[in-house]
Design a protein around this ligand. Structure first.
Ligand code: ADP
Length: 176
């Protein structure tokens, strides 16, 4: 589904983010940028070894921050690696850190002049963030950012599996 927010097309779609044709895709990385399972593993497998070489040179990324590499063999030219929080019950600043991961990714894209960005659902796999809560934070943060920062053509979420997609759709209805 697509919506117009100012000049930006905002989208929600179900699928595999490694197949996206946006200029940048976002990776749910860990702070050592060491690769892993989930979407991180899928991006490195599809993008080839060059992305990991660049990650090694960068070294690490604190939770809530973002770094950028090229996209290797992906259709996307860039991968923005951001680190969402590990969910520990919700009382250790997880919500702020999750919002920060989305915001810092978009700030980095903006700084690089990139006009289209696709996000996965950060922190809702191995990091255990409850999907409904995470979806609301993700959508509020990203939509808020594109409202305040015109200049993006296309920004949205590629959600892996029906359950994630439906959670985001439900959260979006709550917000708009
Ligand atoms: P985290 O460690 O931040 O929780 P995960 O990769 O374990 O990261 O999970 C984050 C989300 O990414 C999960 O909702 C998972 O279903 C989703 N995911 C896994 N593979 C892909 C993919 N190829 N494209 C998009 N999303 C994916």
């Amino acid at each position: 589904m697509e919506w117009k927010i100012g000049q930006t097309i905002f989208f929600l779609e179900e699928g595999d983010i490694t197949q996206q044709t946006t200029e940048a895709i976002v990776n749910a990385a860990n702070s050592r940028l060491a690769g892993g399972g989930g979407v991180d593993g899928a991006i490195h497998r599809a993008g080839g070894p060059r992305i990991m070489e660049e990650c090694r040179q960068i070294g690490s990324c604190p939770t809530g921050q973002a770094v950028i590499t090229t996209g290797g063999n992906l259709k996307a030219n860039y991968v923005i690696h951001t680190v969402g929080p590990i969910y520990r019950g919700g009382t250790t600043g997880e919500a702020d850190l999750l919002a920060s991961a989305y915001r810092e990714s978009l700030k980095l894209a903006q700084k690089k002049g990139l006009r289209s960005v696709a996000f996965p659902s950060l922190s809702t796999g191995a990091y255990g963030y409850p999907l409904d809560e995470a979806a609301e934070i993700a959508l509020k943060t990203v939509i808020g950012f594109i409202r305040e920062n015109p200049g993006f053509d296309r920004v949205g979420f590629v959600l892996f599996g029906r359950a994630s997609y439906q959670a985001y759709e439900k959260a979006l209805q709550k917000i708009i």
